[in-house]
Design a protein around this ligand. Structure first.
Ligand code: UD1
Length: 339
């Protein structure tokens, strides 16, 4: 453990990906300060992180929409790098409440960048998404694929967020890495932290585990008439622990000044596409629990297929996924059973 590293601010550090990343940061000896407003997370996650790592991270409950609170935070803390997760992420909700999404995801990013540049905090990792590519023309998707007009205000906030950061790096002593996540799933093997969707889950895996647990009657599979081998849509499901580790690699690249551009972009996925039916079958194989499901119509806004070409991240970040879809489903199921 190297205790000489500076403090890393993790916004949204009690959320799904944030909490798993805080665990990996602390395992690597980084000193972490979490900001979270608890709008879509629970304070008990702090105990989970503490129990796994043996270190209780500093925690400040703070709403990043308050400019004065963000300013005060940076006056009070000596920060070396920021990993910015805090954001709203429900695609459907963003269509209904666009202004909530622009305020939560864009206003907060601006306040954060203002204080980072004012306080000479030079390293930022931004949670972006494969959603910026829309339905890519070629698969697997490389970082060179074109950015398509966003399908939702949520997706738009990721595109705009990347642009705001890029413009800021041009004229400031700031380097940034945007990690474009594919579909993060699973949870920590200790089952002390995991995904905690509030209400009816919109994402596939929490819906699968809740259905298997009897909380939901059946899974609706959105469409079996896609131009894919089994007719269901294809995604690149990445274990959240592998994803968390990509943040450590990216952070080390920035702290070690190994970045080649002021702002860099990396796809973070497994490189393997799985259909919805592949996921259902893998779940049955891993858990021995058969799932009630029915085929329904396509979900509006869904794309046919997205999976990553991860060679740039493999080469430049020295990072690679180690865990399988089965590992992820197994951990998601153990977590569900614990709830
Ligand atoms: C979406 C967003 C992604 C965002 C993520 C988190 C896009 C293209 N992707 O991913 O940017 O970060 O949500 O909220 O906007 N499915 C079912 N039944 C269900 C639920 C899902 O069949 O009950 C299917 C979907 O049609 C899709 C796959 O499972 O084919 C994965 O869906 P989901 O987990 O919601 O993720 P995305 O839509 O890929």
């Amino acid at each position: 453990m190297n205790n000489k590293k500076g403090k890393i601010l993790v916004t949204g550090g009690l959320g799904f990906i944030g909490s798993h990343t805080v665990v990996e940061l602390q395992n690597e000896g980084f000193e972490v300060v979490i900001i979270d407003d608890l709008s879509n997370s629970r304070i008990e996650v702090l105990d989970g992180i503490t129990s796994i790592t043996g270190v209780k991270p500093a925690f400040v409950q703070l709403d990043l929409k308050s400019k004065s609170l963000v300013t005060g935070f940076f006056e009070d803390h000596d920060i070396e790098g920021v990993i910015h997760f805090a954001a709203s992420k429900a695609v459907g909700e963003s269509v209904q409440e666009p202004l909530k999404y622009y305020e939560n995801n864009i206003t907060t990013l601006i306040y954060l960048l203002q204080q980072m540049t004012a306080n000479r905090v030079g390293n930022l990792i931004f949670s972006s998404s494969c959603t910026v590519y829309g339905q890519a023309d070629e698969l697997p998707i490389t970082e060179k694929a074109s950015i398509k007009p966003a399908e939702s205000p949520y997706g738009n906030t990721k595109q705009i967020g990347e642009e705001i950061i890029k413009d800021t790096t041009r004229v400031n002593d700031l380097s940034a890495i945007a990690l474009r996540y594919f579909n993060p799933i699973g949870g920590h093997d200790s089952i002390k932290i995991g995904e905690l969707p509030i209400g009816v889950p919109q994402n596939l895996i929490p819906f699968v585990t809740q259905t298997a647990a009897g909380i939901r009657k059946e899974l609706s599979i959105f469409g079996d008439d896609y131009p894919t081998p089994d007719g269901t849509a294809i995604r690149d499901y990445i274990h959240v622990v592998d994803l968390a580790k990509a943040h450590i690699s990216a952070l080390k690249r920035l702290l070690g000044k190994k970045n080649k551009e002021k702002m860099e972009f990396f796809n973070i996925g497994t490189g393997k596409g799985s259909s919805v039916l592949d996921v259902v079958n893998a779940f049955k194989k891993v858990t021995n629990v058969a799932l009630n499901y029915k085929i329904v119509g396509r979900r509006e806004g869904d794309i046919v297929s997205a999976y990553a070409d991860t060679s740039l991240a493999n080469k430049e970040l020295g990072w690679k996924t180690k865990l399988s879809l089965e590992d992820a489903l197994n951990s998601a199921w153990k977590w569900q059973l614990k709830q």
